[in-house]
Ligand binder design. Structure first.
Ligand code: GTP
Length: 177
């Protein structure tokens, strides 16, 4: 039987890693060199077909700036998957993953004891070609292993590398949750 599902997915990560750009590329097929910093959060949706299911992927693109660091718990209510994003050229965005991860677990454990799936996305992979990468894929995968084998994707919102594939996997993970 065909059912329609709303899948709530939250994107978290330091400012400028490309959360908004990933959503814009996936939902609107566009990329801008000058992207405004998100205030609090924006919500975008895209209809997807996963096997015989119609689903609506609802993407919560949150603000990465320090002043928005502690999101109200209500943001996480009903979430089906959390996508942590860092920038492969920005080591501080990688180091801060622990903070995002921990803060999220603390917030969510108060709400819902059920374990939520995580995904890690390393964005700006297009800059690898210019030798600007600062975080190796191995290092990122090690972090994922330590955090309980969370799935890892490398993307470029700019060149539209692996963006659809990453979000399709994310939708499947959210659907299975
Ligand atoms: P906040 O809203 O402040 O949390 O930032 P954000 O994570 O949403 O970053 P945003 O999408 O606004 O992108 C920040 C900058 O990085 C912009 O100048 C984008 O054009 C650029 N950018 C985003 N994705 C990529 C990418 O894959 N490759 C390259 N080269 N630049 C990117």
């Amino acid at each position: 039987s065909r059912r329609r599902s709303l899948l709530k997915v939250i994107l978290l990560g330091e400012t400028t890693v490309g959360k908004t750009s990933l959503v814009n590329q996936f939902v609107h097929e566009r990329f801008r060199e000058e992207s405004d910093s998100t205030l609090l959060a924006d919500i975008s949706s895209k209809e997807l077909q996963i096997d015989d299911r119609h689903v609506t992927l609802q993407l919560w693109d949150t603000a990465g700036q320090e002043r928005f660091r502690s999101l109200p718990p209500v943001f996480f209510r009903g979430a089906d998957c959390v996508v942590l994003v860092y920038d492969v050229t920005n080591p501080s965005s990688f180091r801060s993953l622990d903070i995002w991860h921990r803060q999220f677990l603390e917030t969510v454990n108060q709400l819902d004891p059920k374990k939520l799936p995580f995904v890690l996305v390393g964005n700006k992979a297009d800059l690898d070609g210019q030798n600007r990468r600062k975080v190796s894929e191995d290092r990122a995968r090690q972090w994922c292993a330590i955090c309980g084998n969370i799935p890892y994707f490398e993307t470029s919102a700019k060149d539209n590398q692996n963006v659809d594939d990453a979000f399709m996997h994310i939708a499947k993970i959210a659907l299975a949750h």
